[in-house]
Design a protein around this ligand. Sequence first.
Ligand SMILES: N[C@@H](CCC(=O)N[C@@H](CS)C(=O)NCC(=O)O)C(=O)O
Length: 228
Amino acid sequence: MKLYIANKNYSSWSLRPWVLMTTLSLPFEESLHPFPMGGGPCGFEAFSPTGKVPVLVDGEQTVWDTLAIAEYLAEQHPAVWPADAKARAWARSAAAEMHSGFGHLRHICGMSCGVRVKLHQPLPSGLLSDLQRLQTLWTQGLQSFGGPFLAGNQFTAVDAFYCPIAFRVQTYALPLSEVCQTYVDNLLALPAMQAWYASALQEPWLEPVHDADVVAFGVLVQDQRTPA
Ligand SMILES: N[C@@H](CCC(=O)N[C@@H](CS)C(=O)NCC(=O)O)C(=O)O
């Protein structure tokens, strides 16, 4: 299988299947295509029907969109979703909620793994309501299924869907309850997350449009990137 992704520093959607496949040891070849410097067409149409990443290619089969990739993988690898039916239904709901929701959080706190940003105070009300919903959801999962992952004791697709949030919490120092911060710390400590982060820091493509978006609601306090 070949997984097409964009910059590890910025591409939150790319991270989801990458961290899922890496953590579950599903073999794949990575094909990374950086965003064009300064904006403009990405050229992803060469391999992606939507011009977006991620895209999974398995022989003759092309699968685009993160949720579809998770379901495609699950057909061959049941460990993608929790074994327990109740946990599985909850996990699918929570992953779908991430897929179509948390718009304020995604807009205000664009992913940039290698930087640290202090958000202007007070935090926008939309961001606060997304954070409240996020914590209600995470706490419910962690308590209902026993942790340390959202739907039980195994890392599954629902955790992969929230991995970009872990990097955002780190970048923007988002305020979370102790239970939710511990979950974030667990995600950040995963070998796959550490590997993604290390690569993100070394990427040579410091893209000005993404970098401007990241400080649209705050100020840059640290840039840990060391472009190779
Ligand atoms: N719903 C899509 C979203 C994919 C997406 O927006 N990807 C971004 C990168 S993180 C992209 O390819 N942007 C390029 C563009 O829009 O031209 C999915 O889940 O895969």
